[in-house]
Ligand binder design. Structure first.
Ligand SMILES: Nc1ncnc2c1ncn2[C@@H]1O[C@H](COP(=O)(O)OP(=O)(O)OP(=O)(O)O)[C@@H](O)[C@H]1O
Length: 260
């Protein structure tokens, strides 16, 4: 019998921002063990801010977030936007990946043989095992993105959070990445920010529109009318086999293209 989905994270009436700049108001969202949630919204709408709340990098100004941890496994694996990584930091691919296990080092601060072979196994899965000893400054954007994915997965998290994982990666790896996420979703919840509505509708199970607050959409199929009713200024444009999106800037409503 299939296990009942478990509630892993509960965001309750959270308002958050930076200093006097309130970015998100009264956001509520529960993340269950079988979820695959796509987060969309205009630039500056607060998607990354929501992710920062989820990974504990930002505290709510009001409301609260409950993390339901169970067992020894880590709750969250996080793949940040590649642009947030300082590539000049002198650290090897292997070390970056193992740093996803930070709290699980042995008593002498060493990683175990099993942890190292798990890292190599992940590198093989995404085709970067030959880069193991390279320093991250020597990698292309797409290679770095793969390293960050391995780092997010090394702790076997219950929730995998990805902030625009398709930045820098080529079409081939993008497809492989989403197939990999689909398989991973059998054993972990996934929350993914993406500007690509085509991807969202093909892979995720539900959609959250973030634009100053959060509107939760119980399905992966969404129409322009529904987006408008969620106050999420994104238009789906039929353009070949995959719908493309035009995002409207949150503050000044300029339009610009996000096509892949
Ligand atoms: N560290 C910070 N300090 C002050 N303001 C910030 C900070 N980070 C983000 N903001 C502001 O918060 C608002 C929301 O930013 P956020 O990065 O969450 O948006 P986003 O939806 O992820 O945008 P994008 O699609 O461009 O990545 C923006 O107006 C941004 O300028």
């Amino acid at each position: 019998m299939k296990e009942e989905p478990k509630k892993l994270i509960e965001i309750k009436n959270v308002t958050a921002g930076y200093g006097n700049n309130i970015v998100l108001r009264d956001v509520s969202l529960s993340i269950y063990s079988n979820d695959f949630i796509g987060i969309i919204g205009p630039n500056g709408g607060g998607k990354t801010t929501l992710i920062k709340l989820l990974v504990g990098q930002l505290k709510p100004l009001s409301g609260n977030i409950v993390f339901h941890t169970k067992g020894n496994g880590s709750l969250i694996g996080y793949l940040p936007q590649a642009s947030q990584i300082d590539k000049n930091f002198p650290i090897s691919v292997m070390e970056v990946i193992l740093s996803g296990l930070l709290e699980k080092k042995g008593i002498f601060g060493n990683y175990s043989r099993n942890q190292k072979s798990a890292a190599v196994e992940l590198m093989k899965q995404v085709g970067i095992d030959h880069l193991k000893n390279k320093s991250i400054g020597q990698l292309s954007g797409g290679q770095l993105q793969r390293v960050l994915l391995c780092r997010a997965l090394i702790s076997e998290p219950q929730v995998l959070i990805l902030d625009e994982p398709n930045t820098y990666v080529d079409n081939k790896f993008e497809g492989e990445l989403y197939e990999m996420l689909r398989k991973l979703n059998d054993r972990m919840a996934i929350v993914m920010v993406s500007h690509d509505l085509g991807t969202i509708t093909s892979y995720v199970k539900t959609i959250a529109c973030v634009n100053g607050t959060l509107f939760y959409h119980q399905s992966n199929q969404i129409t322009n009318e529904q987006l408008a009713s969620y106050n999420c200024p994104i238009q789906i444009i039929a353009h070949g086999p995959v719908p493309h999106t035009v995002l409207v800037d949150h503050d000044n409503q300029h339009t610009h293209n996000h096509q892949h």
